[in-house]
Design a protein around this ligand. Structure first.
Ligand code: B1M
Length: 224
């Protein structure tokens, strides 16, 4: 198998959610190498981590994000693709951490104060990471001082806020106000099931993303 074929196969594994050889899903790929084994082989073959990231992983996650936006796949498939991507990323992390591969930028994300829902936020974090960004995930029930602390540590970052409850949309508004009061130039993206574009404008966020792929599109546009 040459390097182009290997990257294509790896990309398919991430798109289809084939984590490793032992993984039973998807049934059509049973017994075949998965993202874990193929990433190891790609590195052993001398393919650069940046090529693996861009040509296989990011390409695959873009397709996954688009299919999700078009309702051709649903949350479970997206989660399993993200799991396969993570299996591959485990092999690439040392290269990112050493600075050998340059990320597009930093993205701080958290679910706002009072809100414990994290499935959507985690999906956004994983897809954004798969798109080549360094993600600083602050978790759930994140109060404004924790966001402010993270921004002080990473002033170049773009910040994402997630809310799933109509009640915590008020926390989102407060956090956006307080962040912008201290850091008027920081870019803020908001999202989550009850959040709308109109609400995002009303509270002065810089952008509304209805799904992970639109968050990626906004982020990539900032560094294009
Ligand atoms: Co809760 N819950 N829940 N819940 N829960 C909802 C949200 C609710 C709609 C259910 C209902 O009543 N029909 C309702 C909210 C009603 C409202 O406010 N209008 C509700 C409620 C009321 C509650 C409690 C108050 C229940 C109670 O205790 N009485 C309580 C609140 C706890 C708290 O947060 N303080 C509660 C608790 C829970 C669980 C802990 C049991 C669990 C959360 C587990 C977890 O997250 N680890 C839970 C769950 C699972 C849900 C539902 C069933 C599913 C949410 C979910 O994960 N969806 C939900 C009903 C529903 O949505 N069907 C419900 C899948 C996820 C992939 O979608 O999060 O929307 P979502 O993320 C999407 C987009 O929104 C977007 O990308 C994702 C992928 O497309 N997105 C972003 C999200 N964040 C983004 C950020 C971005 C960009 C895009 O940029 C920064």
């Amino acid at each position: 198998m040459d390097s182009a074929e290997l990257l294509k196969k790896l990309s398919e594994c991430v798109e289809m959610g084939k984590v490793n050889k032992d993984a039973p899903f998807p049934p059509a790929m049973k017994g075949m190498d998965g993202a874990d084994e193929l990433t190891r082989q790609a590195l052993e073959m001398g393919i650069k981590p940046i090529e693996i990231l861009n040509d296989a992983l990011i390409a695959a996650m873009e397709k996954v994000g688009e299919k999700f936006s078009q309702k051709k796949i649903f949350v479970p498939q997206m989660l399993i693709s993200a799991k396969a991507m993570n299996a591959s990323m485990e092999h690439l992390k040392p290269f990112f951490q050493s600075g050998e591969v340059k990320r597009k930028g930093k993205f701080i994300i958290g679910t706002v104060a009072g809100d414990l829902h994290d499935i959507g936020k985690n999906l956004v974090a994983m897809i954004v990471e798969g798109a080549g960004w360094e993600v600083i995930d602050l978790g759930v029930d994140v109060k404004t001082p924790k966001f402010l602390q993270a921004i002080a540590e990473h002033p170049e970052a773009i910040v994402g806020l997630s809310a799933l409850l109509t009640t915590t949309m008020q926390s989102m508004k407060n956090t956006v106000n307080e962040i912008h009061a201290q850091y008027p130039n920081i870019k803020l993206i908001v999202g989550g099931a009850p959040v709308t574009d109109a609400f995002s404008k009303e509270i002065g966020a810089n952008a509304y993303a209805h799904d992970p792929q639109s968050a990626v599109s906004y982020l990539n546009a900032q560094v294009a």
